[in-house]
Design a protein around this ligand. Structure first.
Ligand code: ATP
Ligand code: MG
Ligand code: MG
Ligand code: MG
Length: 440
């Protein structure tokens, strides 16, 4: 992509309304535009990151054996009356009527709808286990939308739902989600720590939230610092292997880690030696729940078991805040010049800065670098504008691409370009082909 043909409305001034760094950088880098409180347009650069995060979530869910689908954003109120949540949910739910006076709502989550789909088509235990998920916009009329996409009113969420014959099977589904989430966040360059949490309006006895530690996080958390040394890495996982998934759950959840809702100071002191006790703040980027028959019983989602009896299915639901993650990743990875995208989610793999646009040799060298990166399946952003070098560097630093190749007449005389790593700031001079090789 050539910057001269792209749409990247970078702001020079820091927007006054943004209180935290991710919101500031997302506005300045032209990633989002607010349209109403907590409601955003995703401009091309922001949209690219959102899509990369979504892709990783899909890949890891499919790897775990979960099946993608798509439910609508709008739902009939009647479904929510069946579960009893229509009245319980409160003012966070956006309710309205259509022209025929039918009560509708913009879905804040989809337990009811997925349970309705399940009961329509599935009658036998032989069709279990089953986990369906979708990635779809949600609406919650948050009391205080703030921090940009971190607490939006309209936000993008992956929500998955498991259906199992027994509690034991449903707990395996729970563990499978925990494992797949660990992998998902690590691929985004994040450390998200599973912590014991509270069920909230979804309900349930078993629940973990995944938290990214950050000073700007809205949750207060308490944990054993030894947890931060755990890495999931590139393990071979058999998601059908009950013992393996259970072992990973134990590895990642046996140490003390809780949000303030479930924090127990006495237990904290008993379980964690003083030098490892941490009290910090975190951003909730996901949550998993097992809630048994909370929805299947009132809504009649039953299957016939091997003894011919009709029994309600055991369920859980599992969410990832896809749009919140864009902000969370920036909170975890930036410096005073701008964003530093982890390779896994970067909107472009590499920036190319032409120090002398219009110079035949520099133009040709940039074109050649651009084309060879594209030929390798990479997505470069070439700043071919007629601008000062300083302004070009500032833009590249702000939008945070992992690599920058700087091309100018002086270097080209010696057959070299400059390759700069955004994270370390280190530069080296290399022949253009070598620079391309390094990025690939
Ligand atoms: P929070 O505690 O931040 O209000 P929640 O516990 O209400 O979140 P869940 O119902 O667990 O949210 O939804 C799953 C995920 O969706 C959350 O872990 C979070 O990452 C994301 N999410 C929830 N509310 C919002 C929001 N208003 N804006 C952006 N993402 C959100
Ligand atoms: Mg909430
Ligand atoms: Mg929460
Ligand atoms: Mg939650």
């Amino acid at each position: 992509m050539r910057l001269s043909r792209y749409f990247l409305p970078v702001l020079k001034e820091t927007p006054a309304e943004a209180q935290i760094v991710s919101h500031r950088y997302m506005l300045r880098a032209g990633m989002i535009k607010q349209q109403a409180a907590g409601i955003y347009s995703w401009l091309p650069l922001g949209y690219k990151v959102l899509k990369r995060i979504e892709e990783i979530v899909h890949e890891e869910q499919i790897r775990a054996g979960h099946i993608p689908m798509l439910m609508p954003t709008l739902q009939p109120a009647d479904l929510w009356r069946e579960s009893g949540r229509y009245d319980a949910y409160g003012p966070e739910m956006l309710r309205f009527k259509d022209r025929h006076d039918r009560e509708m709502l913009y879905g804040p989550t989809n337990e009811e709808m997925i349970t309705d789909i399940f009961r329509t088509y599935v009658q036998s235990y032989k069709d279990l286990p089953l986990t369906l998920y979708h990635i779809q916009w949600k609406f919650r009329d948050e009391m205080r939308p703030r921090f940009g996409v971190m607490r939006g009113r309209e936000f993008y969420m992956k929500d998955g739902y498991n259906f199992d014959l027994t509690k034991e099977d449903a707990l395996h589904a729970y563990n499978r989600h925990l494992v797949s989430y660990l992998r998902t966040y690590e691929r985004m360059g994040l450390q998200a720590i599973p912590m014991r949490a509270d069920g909230g309006p979804i309900g349930g006895d078993y629940t973990h939230e995944f938290l990214v530690l950050a000073e700007t996080g809205e949750s207060e958390v308490f944990y054993d610092s030894a947890i931060t040394e755990l890495r999931f890495g590139n393990r071979d996982i058999d998601y059908d292997d009950v013992a393996q998934c259970q072992a990973i759950l134990e590895e990642f959840t046996s140490r003390y880690a809780r949000t303030d809702e479930t924090h127990d100071e006495t237990l904290f002191h008993q379980q964690v030696p003083e030098e490892r006790r941490r009290r910090a703040r975190g951003i909730e980027v996901g949550q998993i729940f097992y809630f048994g028959t909370k929805y299947s019983e009132p809504m009649g989602a039953m299957v016939v078991n091997d003894k011919g009896e009709r029994v309600p299915v055991h369920m859980g639901s599992h969410g990832i805040g896809v749009s919140r993650l864009v902000g969370a990743i920036i909170e975890a990875s930036h410096d005073d010049k701008g964003i530093i995208w982890p390779e896994g989610v970067t909107p472009f793999h590499c920036g190319i800065v032409n120090l002398k646009t219009g110079d035949a040799e520099a133009d040709a060298a940039c074109d050649a670098i651009h084309d060879s990166l594209v030929a390798l399946g990479l997505d470069p952003l070439y700043d071919d504008r007629d601008e000062r070098a300083g302004a070009k560097f500032a833009t590249m630093d702000l939008i945070g691409l992992p690599w920058r190749i700087t091309v100018g007449p002086r270097g080209l005389k010696n057959g070299v370009v400059e390759l700069t790593c955004r994270r370390t700031g280190e530069s080296q001079e290399l022949p253009p082909e070598k620079a391309v090789e390094r990025i690939a």
